[in-house]
Design a protein around this ligand. Structure first.
Ligand code: UDX
Length: 452
């Protein structure tokens, strides 16, 4: 008798080609793979993830986009994403139609796309396959995007130009002030509002997955659940659900050996993520503030992250001497391992959402120096909601740097923040364990795909 083939279930993932987006969507892919799904990753030619050991069973497909780093730099990140959506829609449709026709024993059960890759919806809809939005930012930042997608750009711009208004709490988003909203320097406000409008108006998506947990943002999650009219699954932090390495840059592990030689909780770790650019002037203020604080430091300086400078050559000779005594600089670090290291007592961060979750997940308090976009939202929450961060605002000045570093690593105030950070870490761990809220939410999502 002929044996009946058992159909496998396949999920198609569409990442934004940037580290802060690739990392969580690949972790999501790993978590779903561990639940028994086959995974196909459809990515752009620009900034492709290479298949590592963690994803050896994944299927990778590339769609052409003809975009380059210089497009990113000349357009700015948000107009770049708008362009990516334009150029990818047709090629994705073509690629997806082939996938559907050739699916064989692997039935495609849904397309999970990064919210900024909304071109994916059209193809999924054409083949009547459910599409699911994946948000790589906090639920609160998603709420902000929903609110901003509906503002009148002209009058909002006027409000934002007034320095007094900037300090005011935005109605309904307490404690976020106007200046904390994700209206970044990534592009003109009109592009931002257009992008937000396309990203959050999810008429055809059947669910939203958020890399967050209810112990961090219960009211923002409740707001989304009420407004979006589709199920919202908070299943974060994903690095707890499924660790998977998808670094686009090479990690320098020599810093772990250096950390091994430092005293417990004595080091400040500094990293500004994968995109932020820093002016030479600010880098020098940071360097002298660190020098005056007497606190050991591990500093990630990405090549090219300081316009006009290749790497560390703008740092003065005296500072290079200091590095050999009590500092270490790398181009890219194994961040999760660094944050987990007992020598690390604080994290100076740009407050990208992944870095924020990773730091909270290890109970490490932060110095918050946001640059753009959702980072300001995260920084404000770290400072005033979770109370585990020192927010460093305004002009960067070596005295403020010195005092923030000391407040976090030496003073009583820092010790209190560390206690609260450890309490939050324990809550996050509980939410990711069997029976916890994020664990159950992932199960509910999986069940929604298996039960018609
Ligand atoms: C950006 C936004 O800032 C972020 O808020 C948004 O949600 C996604 O896109 P990015 O600026 O790169 O991302 O910051 P972040 O979200 O913190 O992601 C950076 C990732 O790179 C983290 O997972 C971090 O662990 C990793 N990293 C960073 C390293 O592995 N090594 C490093 O040296 C620095």
């Amino acid at each position: 008798m002929e044996e009946k083939q058992v159909k496998k279930r396949r999920i198609v993932l569409i990442p934004v080609p940037a580290q802060g987006h690739v990392t969580p969507i690949m972790q999501l892919g790993k978590a779903l793979y561990l639940k028994g799904f086959s995974i196909t990753v459809v990515q752009t030619q620009y900034n492709r993830v290479s298949s590592s050991q963690d994803f050896s069973d994944f299927h990778f497909l590339t769609i052409p986009d003809s975009l380059t780093d210089s497009d990113l730099h000349s357009l700015g990140a948000l107009p770049f994403i708008l362009k990516l959506n334009q150029v990818c829609e047709e090629s994705f449709k073509h690629c997806f139609s082939k996938l559907v026709q050739e699916q064989g024993d692997d039935e495609i059960v849904c397309v999970v796309y990064d919210e900024y890759m909304y071109f994916s919806q059209a193809a999924a809809m054409a083949f009547q396959i459910p599409s699911v939005v994946f948000s790589t930012t906090s639920a609160t930042a998603f709420v902000c995007r929903s609110v901003l997608s509906k503002v009148n750009a002209e009058s909002f711009l006027l409000d934002m130009k007034d320095s007094q208004t900037q300090e005011k709490v935005f109605p309904g988003l307490d404690p976020l002030r106007y200046k904390d909203l994700p209206t970044s320097a990534f592009g003109p406000l009109e592009s931002i509002i257009k992008l937000y409008y396309n990203a959050v108006n999810i008429q055809t998506a059947s669910a939203v997955i958020i890399n967050s947990a209810s112990c961090l943002e219960s009211s923002s999650l409740a707001w989304l659940q009420q407004k979006l009219q589709v199920p919202v699954y908070p299943i974060g932090p994903l690095h707890r659900a499924a660790s998977a390495s998808s670094s686009l840059l090479e990690e320098d592990r020599s810093c772990i050996k250096w950390l091994d030689k430092q005293k417990p909780s004595s080091v400040i770790y500094i990293s500004l993520g994968s995109l932020a650019l820093m002016q030479i002037k600010d880098m020098l203020e940071m360097a002298w503030g660190l020098s005056n604080s007497n606190v050991p430091f591990l500093w990630v300086i990405r090549p090219g992250s300081i316009p006009g400078s290749e790497w560390t050559e703008s740092l003065p000779e005296e500072f290079h001497k200091l590095i050999s005594e009590r500092g270490y600089i790398v181009k890219w670090a194994p961040q999760m391992e660094v944050l987990r290291h007992p020598a690390v007592g604080g994290f100076w961060s740009h407050c990208g959402w992944n870095s924020t979750l990773e730091s909270i997940g290890e109970g490490v308090p932060m110095i918050c120096r946001p640059f753009t976009g959702d980072q300001r939202v995260n920084a404000r929450y770290l400072e005033s909601v979770w109370r585990i961060g020192v927010l460093l605002e305004g002009e960067l000045d070596k005295r403020a740097v010195e005092s923030s570093v000391k407040r976090l690593t030496v003073d009583e105030e820092g010790a209190d923040m560390r206690k609260r950070a450890i309490e939050l870490k324990e809550k996050l761990e509980a939410s990711a364990r069997n029976g916890g809220s994020s664990y159950s939410s992932l199960d509910n999502f999986v069940n929604s795909l298996t039960t018609p």
